[in-house]
Ligand binder design. Structure first.
Ligand code: DAH
Length: 315
């Protein structure tokens, strides 16, 4: 029997022989049941045989289990020379992408980028922009007020003031960044982006403004021509003020920006003599341009931080 156990090569076979030996109807079970008929020596011999056999089964079982484990391990071995799993690659946010595109174009037209704080004071966001505190145009922009009297800037036009205060005239700058208003629906987010342009010099006219806007839109949207519609409008900081619409896909007009000739009061507030200098200014919706270019329809998604959306819209 010991030899037989040694030769068994499968756990199933070993189990079968074990049952045949030690099971309810097993050979050893029967012999042990009859032990009371044996003399003391025979009993001792039977007990010894019983113990030896059980040991032999246990040893063989351990050996077979170990062999099975080894076989499994070698079958499942890792090939360290295989290529790694592809790592998740980041994508550029549409705002980041368009920021780079817009900046490249405006730089090439001779505009220098200027920045300003997102937490603004009343002077730069309103008063210097010819919008004193009694001015009804303040109601056009639902402002977030901070407890210390400052506000979240409602328009990048505040950057114009900071630029002129710091550098005077002549000046040709653009600003781009987040702006804040209390509004929220599919086309309005409480945080949105604006692009501001300002060009002040001795002989700057509205023709220069329209020329740059045309060239900008053609470059940004990668189109050979663009049809513009100029409508009279009102902004406190420009006179005259215009709104510029753009023909989109040959059929509808899209309101794309506000602009105008810088109001003499604004120049005066920044220490620039309006009898010597004049200029134009313009303001675009930054996210709006990105939405049009990349075909996106819900501005709120821009600021949700949903990586799945970003994966589909980042490139
Ligand atoms: N700040 C204006 C707005 O938020 C946009 C704008 C209009 C900017 C005319 C300008 C401008 O510089 O000249 O609606």
């Amino acid at each position: 029997m010991l030899e037989q156990i040694e030769k068994i090569n499968s756990l199933d076979e070993l189990q079968a022989l074990y049952t045949a030996t030690f099971g309810k109807n097993g050979t050893m079970t029967a012999r042990l049941r009859d032990m009371k008929n044996l003399d003391a020596d025979a009993r001792a011999a039977l007990n010894a045989e019983n113990a030896t056999l059980r040991d032999a089964f246990k040893t063989r079982q351990a050996a077979l289990e170990n062999a099975a484990l080894m076989a499994q391990l070698s079958a499942e071995s890792v090939d360290v020379t295989l290529d790694p799993m592809p790592a998740a690659r980041g994508t550029l946010h549409p705002m980041t992408r368009s920021l780079a595109e817009i900046s490249t174009i405006l730089h090439s037209f001779g505009y220098t980028r200027m920045t300003g704080p997102e937490i603004e004071d009343d002077w730069h966001n309103f008063t210097a922009l010819n919008t004193p505190d009694y001015h009804p145009a303040r109601d056009m922009q639902d402002t977030f007020f901070l407890e210390n009297g400052n506000i979240m800037r409602t328009q990048t036009s505040a950057i114009q003031i900071r630029a002129m205060e710091a550098h005077g005239a002549p000046i040709k700058i653009f600003g781009i960044g987040p702006t804040y208003r209390r509004e929220m629906d599919a086309t309005h987010s409480p945080m949105f982006g604006q692009i501001e342009g300002l060009h002040v010099d001795k002989n700057v006219t509205m023709r220069d403004l329209i020329g740059d806007v045309r060239a900008f839109l053609m470059r940004f949207f990668e189109i050979d021509d663009v049809q513009l519609r100029i409508r009279p409008s009102y902004f406190p900081f420009t006179e005259p003020s215009i709104e510029i619409d753009m023909k989109w896909h040959g059929d509808k007009w899209l309101e794309i920006m506000g602009a105008g000739m810088v109001h003499p009061n604004v120049l005066r507030h920044c220490g620039i003599d309006p009898d010597v200098y004049q200029g134009y200014a313009f303001g675009f919706g930054w996210d709006r341009l990105a939405m049009l270019k990349y075909g996106l329809d819900d501005i709120r998604k821009f600021y949700d931080g949903d990586v799945r959306w970003l994966k589909n819209n980042g490139n």
